[in-house]
Design a protein around this ligand. Sequence first.
Ligand code: MIG
Length: 793
Amino acid sequence: MDIRKIIYVLRAIGINGIVRTLQYGFARDRVDNKYSKRVSAVKRLYPGELQSENSIKGGIQLKFEHSSVELIFLSPNLIQISWEPGKPPFPYSIAKSDWETQQPLINSDTSGHSLIWGDFTVTIDNTGGICFQDFKGNILRRDNPPIREGDQWNLSTILAPEEHIYGLGERASSLNLRPGNYCSWNTDPAGSYTHGNDPLYIGTPIYLSLSNAGSYLVYYDNSFRSYFQIGDNFKASFTGGMLRYYLFFGSFEKIFEQLAELVGRPCMPPRWVLGYHQSHWGYRTEADIREVVKGFEEHNLPVSAIHLDIDYMDGFRVFTINSNRFPEMKKLTSDLEDKGIKLVASLNPAVKRDRKYEVFNQGSSKDVFCKLPNGKILSGVSWPGWSVFPDFTKPEARKWWQDQYKSLLSAGISGIWHDMNEPASFAAWGDKTFPISTSHSMDGRGGDHLEAHNLYGLLMNQAGYEAIHEYTPNKRPWIFSRAGWAGLHRYAWNWTGDVESTWESLKQTIPTILGLGLSGHAFSGVDIGGFSGSPGAELYLRWFQMATFLPLFRTHSAIGTKSREPWAYGEPTTGIIRNFLKLRYKLIPYLYTLAWEAAHTGISPIRPIFWENPEDKRLWDVEDEFLLGNAVLLAPILHEKEYKRRITLPRGNWYSFWDDQQYIGPSQFELPVTLETIPLFIKSGSLLPMEESGKICINVYPDIVNTNSNHIYFDDGDGYGAWRVDNFHFNAKQNSMDISWVHEGEFPFPYPFVTIQIHGKQLINAIVDGNPRRIQGNTLITPIFKNLNLYFE
Ligand code: MIG
């Protein structure tokens, strides 16, 4: 621990807190020494001799001397493989189990069995090695026979020399995870981290492989602590459970749609969430909050949400509100609501061990807290001091926890922030979480912390989501969470936690968020300016400019750091930030459409640029750019005093957002930049809807080679009422362009007129549904139409 970290910890938890972290360290070690299974030397067991084979629904089951395996096609693009022995995973992450499997074609010969359905073939040989191929015979993946060592499963997958690996949840690593060693064990790095720290808060064992043969995705449905060594081979080790994994094949779209079907789709957020959020661990009172709001008003800056960090509580007692600091929370939330600002409140799973505290007493009498093997309630250390923790793997505990949200929701809190749910318990050394031997219900079937740990955050989010759904049924729940697992996005967004306030961490944000998206976590964000320090004006500005294009757009910072509101740095920073804030708000129709798409497809709005053309290898390692949906490519500025940067564009024609200059891809070039902007490109053939002062402008970027379809989604912004999707079909030529417009859904088009703005061409004439219409420069204002014919110079 460096001195800064010690000061941070002292400041945050005080001397008594530090003593408790020592006590907890001893207590945890004592418990684990007493109850943990002692493993003596174990044999490495290969599957051994093949003994029998059976055909089962959707596939085949093979029994070997030491293990058995089932291979099941759930769909033509999805295969489930389960090696036993070992406990089957409790299906917390799984949203769909009733797949309409068909019987694949099975070819058997003396060397093994091949299963064929659709475009994919799986072959298992008589030693338990498995090979996955597409219809052209390309080998997508090859698994050696898995090895069993005691309770542990080891699987080694042979990688092609050029193969790239992406995902594995939240990683402070390069975008391509190869080579590298990673662990899946949700971990609070305690106050700050940067490039190279592993594991972090979300260790989802999902990755995408990209090689000359194509790509596939794998989900290891095993929540036990696991290790991944990526070198010549991909070696995965799971410390318990059966070895169950799912493999997804096909185009990226197909892969991610199937993943979303298996682990569930992200939830559609309310529209306000896409605005700007202001947070600081240090806003302590109602007066602080009102002051911040006033700052936004005085500086003419828009804001949609203010966050309450743990100081709003009464002595960090979860689900309480400190009545000295917030005497009238309800009045505060409704005053802010009048200004279009929501309050979001932070929650931790730790419940203070305090006999005068209702939540603790109730939870104790309902028997919802985690216990040790001797039946005693587990005590850990968190903000409130000695604390107990709900066992979210117990249905009664989830239900009880769910009931607690009522008070916050009825005080008008609109969004919930779940923190410390890795779960974290402060310890002076060792693993800052529960003892491994902690017993968990696992919905009645029992398990220890080795199995339940990684699921803890997911299940806390489930309880929270269901609470909001129940108590405010006309609102869409919005939670964002620090920890999670596969399926997290059914309930919550996430943010990347306590990143350092350094240029290095700014740069790290892009691969981290891209990796989260490729692991099925569609909506993420980062503390703008970093969490743990006080960035200078330029770093804050560059961070802000990048985050303008991320789903969660929030400034947040640690206690004791300098106050960091968008006006904190004075001019020219505030003015530039104001422009980016305004741009963000203009882009909300586009962002909202992407959120709606993600809620249907599971595909993150934030994608690596290789998404555009996976065959172009020059794109495979690009980790300083990203795509926002299909239309927008960002190349943020990630270095101090950088006034030109190298741009890589995928194939296609790209327009600079700022000046409509056209660039043809695939290409690489240097682009001069200023402090005022970051490079931003729009793909030809796209439309970019932008809203301002109740008016909508549809920016049209013609593509004279291909026809293109684009759409925009609208609804009321919250709840579950009517919606509409406006589909625009583009057919552009050198000198003209036709746009046809049809819509689905009942929600009325929310604007009386649309402005059509043409980019990259000189407009000379426009015909709307057969009638000429006046143009002004490259702009045309018209009511809704069916057909628009545009003529260019
Ligand atoms: O142990 O609630 O990541 O965003 O400000 C620190 C205080 C607890 C960690 C979160 C951070 C939050 C802080 N929390």
